[in-house]
Design a protein around this ligand. Structure first.
Ligand code: GDP
Length: 425
């Protein structure tokens, strides 16, 4: 049974969705194990262009079973909208190819509200939340103050549970933030409209996965965001509120005995970062604007312009380590084709010294990038499909990264389409 995790090595938006879409061909099951609808995977295939938020990228492949594991932030309202959108473009999604863990916790309507209220309170100290309710959701999950998806099948206890939560939550909403309270009528509406619509997909995914394992089915774990956004190992507090690392894949999958044996880390050929927080290699001005435009670096969920910079070797090497990546997919190499010379952040300068080590989060703000330049290739490589057909300078760039991050680069992506890929194994 093949078990592979596809994870982001950097700040997210590395092109994981594109890699999952490509690789689902070889897998029977795709599992989302953490995060919620706060980021977006962009997938382009013969059915069109899709921005997926919560749905696993395997939904486009007939025969693939997609699972939302217990580790995800399950927002019924967003999921219903996403299902409608994707189905309207001709993608078939039924309880046969989408299964939601009954142990996934529900993101409640007040989580989004609290996200918004807290960002307003923080004002210029805000973390740059996408306001999808993710931080309030995970805080409540760990406080054991939310609802499990499987509870929707137990109306006899569900209503009382929601009433208790509401009583507690309204104290915070009204007394701390001075906002309007939620009512049971609002909750009933939410149950009738959003929750009813996702009920058919909810089941014991642990049992399903145990059976699948017995039958030797192969599994792909799909992560959201990247190493540097991991709650425990990232650039805290500018992280997300869940674990984006492959080590969490088993826990969040719905069947903790299922462990990835291969970890494909996705690295973009340059750096991007959405939102606030330290970004040592950041470029500004015209140079940055050009890279942003060439790479279409605008958030899939929010449309926000992404901050951009050269590839950051220090952060990438750290990202590879925390993911325990066994191989790398390098994406968007084609975007750099316009550059005469390619900048790379090869080290950081910190406290008057040059370092290769990724610093403790509080030190990142005072770190400065050490930039070196590589020869560009100045030719369109988006049609290249064989390693040997890449220009020498492009191959040298890839080989240099591989050596520095100490992990083999087995895929080089030269375009967003499924087939725009160079295999190196
Ligand atoms: P994810 O969240 O990691 O899946 O990343 P996003 O979907 O937010 O961002 C990746 C973007 O880059 C998407 O718009 C992809 O279609 C696009 N993309 C992925 N790989 C390539 C590539 O090799 N070349 C180009 N030009 N675009 C790519």
């Amino acid at each position: 049974m093949k078990k592979c995790a596809i994870v982001g090595i950097n700040w997210g938006d590395e092109g994981k969705g594109r890699m999952v879409d490509l690789l689902t061909e070889d897998y029977d099951i795709v599992i989302r194990f953490q995060g919620g609808g706060n980021a977006g995977h962009t997938v382009i295939n013969d059915l069109g262009k899709f921005a997926l938020h919560l749905l696993p990228s395997g939904v486009f492949r007939p025969g693939v079973v997609n699972i939302l594991g217990n580790g995800v932030a399950l927002d019924p309202e967003s999921l219903v909208n996403e299902l409608e959108d994707v189905k309207s473009k001709g993608v078939e999604i039924t309880p046969k190819n989408l299964k939601i863990s009954d142990r996934a916790s529900l993101l409640m309507p007040w989580h989004k509200k609290l996200d918004e209220l807290e960002e307003i309170r923080l004002a210029d100290k805000k973390y740059g939340s996408t306001k999808q309710g993710i931080a309030p959701f995970y805080s409540d999950k760990y406080q054991k103050k939310t609802v499990l998806a499987g509870e929707l099948f137990h109306p006899e206890t569900l209503i009382g549970h929601i009433r208790d939560l509401l009583e507690w939550k309204n104290l915070i909403i009204t007394k701390v933030y001075g906002a309007e309270p939620y009512t049971m009528e609002m909750m009933s509406d939410w149950l009738d409209t959003c929750c009813e619509a996702i009920k058919p997909y909810i089941c014991d995914t642990g049992r399903f996965l145990r059976e699948a394992e017995k039958q030797g089915k192969s599994v792909l774990f799909e992560a959201q965001l990247g190493s540097l956004r991991d709650l425990d190992y990232g650039i805290y507090p500018y992280t997300t509120s869940s674990n984006t690392t492959a080590a969490f894949a088993s826990i969040g999958s719905g069947y903790p005995a299922l462990r990835p044996d291969t970890v494909i880390g996705v690295v973009k050929a340059y750096s991007t970062c959405v939102g606030e927080g330290p970004f040592v290699c950041e470029m500004f001005g015209e140079e940055a604007e050009k890279l942003r435009e060439k790479g279409h670096e605008y958030g899939a969920k929010t449309g926000r312009p992404r901050r951009v910079g050269p590839l950051d070797i220090v952060a990438t090497r750290y990202g590879v380590e925390v993911q325990a990546a066994t191989e790398i997919a390098l994406t968007k190499l084609d975007v750099l084709s316009y550059m005469d010379r390619i900048p790379v952040c090869t080290a950081y300068r910190l406290n008057g010294e040059v370092t290769d080590d990724f610093p403790f989060p509080s030190e990142l703000a005072s770190a400065e990038p050490v930039i070196e330049y590589f020869e560009g290739w100045n030719t369109d490589i988006s049609g290249v499909r064989r390693w040997d057909d890449l220009p020498d300078a492009a191959r040298r760039y890839v080989e240099y990264i591989e050596k520095e991050i100490r992990c083999p680069i087995t895929y080089v992506s030269v375009g967003p389409e499924r087939e725009s890929i160079i295999l190196r194994k």
